[in-house]
Design a protein around this ligand. Structure first.
Ligand code: SF4
Ligand code: SF4
Length: 421
């Protein structure tokens, strides 16, 4: 239960927080209530409601911190409706670290308002999602269901429709060591992730091939685990902490840790919040490393006259402020990158949001799909698996949704094949 204010007990913390992931007074006081974030917030745009805005949520957190409010049902609803997209953080003049506040508040909700379903879900995110055999079996099952698509009920068909065509026997990147081509420039440790291997193996294949060609020795440590982003997002902070400690050990000794899913790279960049010292090495999203290699001539620029739509994942654009690098990869692959949304509003994927808040997630997904259709493009480039699934489930199979490194790698391979004919 939340701690309540106690009259005359000056030694006691009057705040309603009970975990050490709590939002701090300094972080909360950084908000000056200017409201500049409101038009950038998807849930405020959907509702026009201050309680569904970043400012409203921060005000509620501050009230809990001061012992004026408790972590009650209303507080849980306010934070449960938030996507954690961090669009508010990117535009905030006060530099409010909203992502940390959000995860801290979710950890408090998990600790103070445990439910059977919520606790089981958080435990599953920390304990089951990292089990590769289990994810592999679920993938095989999902692959079989994809084959009987017409017989499935609508909600399940829609969710499965977001996945790529699954292989019954996916290749694992775990344990691979690939030597560099040309002059070595360093060792990259690649995060294989929880579902990237079985569901998005093509992204790993393209990443490994390009990193090696750019001069990196690539290692995919077998002892690594899920990055913990989904757990942290859902308030399972202790589970996220445990997973971060495993990865800290697994990636010791590499020069740079790279993730090729935007949600994972954003979480790795915040590891010092979960485990003392974070990683020894810097962490990078794959798009930054590949764009750098293109810029200094370790990877080629190619010609072409086609166009593709480019979608900004929130965890690149807002959480890491990475916008130019993925576009530069698209251009280097010989494509024009057509913008679909100047505001970079969340597509509604947001971790488990499509499962926990399907109505809002569907509305945001529909709006994003309409923006794609308005461009006239039938290929969409996106660097995050959640966005890819959300786009595919709303656009259908006639659209190609592809990671920027896959787009670039495919073009590289077709150029090489054309040259050998
Ligand atoms: S979070 Fe930032 S942008 Fe939003 S009201 Fe507070 S200070 Fe202003
Ligand atoms: S994280 Fe996204 S949904 Fe949540 S308050 Fe910020 S802008 Fe709104």
């Amino acid at each position: 239960m939340p701690s309540q204010p106690v009259q005359g007990d000056t030694a006691r913390d009057v705040s309603g927080w009970i975990t050490d992931f709590r939002p701090t007074k300094d972080e909360l006081d950084a908000c000056v209530h200017c409201g500049l974030c409101l038009p950038h917030c998807p849930t405020f745009r959907l509702t026009g409601n201050e309680a569904a805005s970043p400012r409203g949520r921060i005000t509620a957190m501050r009230a809990v911190n001061e012992g004026v409010l408790t972590v009650d049902e209303d507080f849980e609803e306010m934070l449960g409706f938030c996507l954690g997209c961090r669009a508010c953080e990117a535009v905030c003049p006060g530099l409010v670290p909203y992502g940390r506040l959000f995860e801290g508040a979710r950890a408090e909700i998990a600790a103070q308002r445990p439910t059977l379903v919520g606790s089981a879900r958080r435990r599953a995110l920390g304990r089951l999602l990292p089990l590769r055999r289990l994810v592999g079996s679920a993938t095989t099952m999902a692959g079989l269901l994809q084959k009987v698509d017409g017989l499935l009920p609508n909600p399940l068909r829609k969710r499965l429709g977001g996945l790529r065509t699954l292989s019954a026997n996916p290749q694992s990147s775990l344990g691979r060591i690939v030597e560099p081509e040309g002059t070595p420039v360093g060792t990259v440790g690649l995060l294989s992730g929880c579902v990237m291997d079985p569901w998005f193996g093509g992204v790993h294949e393209a990443s490994i091939a390009l990193l090696s060609r750019a001069g990196y020795r690539v290692v995919v440590p077998r002892s690594q685990t899920c990055c913990g982003a989904l757990a942290a997002h859902d308030g399972a902070a202790e589970e996220a902490r445990r997973l971060a400690a495993v990865n800290q050990r697994a990636f010791a000794g590499v020069d740079v840790v790279v993730a090729d899913a935007a949600g994972c790279s954003a979480h790795l960049a915040d590891y010092d919040h979960f485990v003392d010292g974070g990683f020894d090495a810097p962490t990078r999203d794959i798009t930054v490393v590949i764009a750098e290699a293109i810029a200094d001539g370790r990877l080629p620029r190619m010609e072409g006259n086609e166009s593709v739509a480019y979608q900004d994942p929130c965890h690149l654009r807002h959480a890491q402020r990475i916008t130019e690098e993925p576009r530069s990869i698209v251009r280097a692959a010989g494509y024009e990158a057509v913008e679909i949304d100047p505001d970079g509003i969340c597509c509604g994927a947001a971790g488990l949001y499509t499962l926990l808040r399907p109505v809002a997630a569907d509305e945001l997904g529909k709006r994003k799909a309409d923006q794609v259709r308005a461009t006239g493009m039938t290929t969409v480039v996106s660097a995050n698996p959640g966005c890819e699934m959300q786009l595919r489930s709303h656009l259908g199979d006639s659209y190609r949704i592809v990671h920027p490194v896959e787009l670039y790698h495919d073009r590289l391979v077709s150029h090489a094949n054309a040259g050998t004919r």
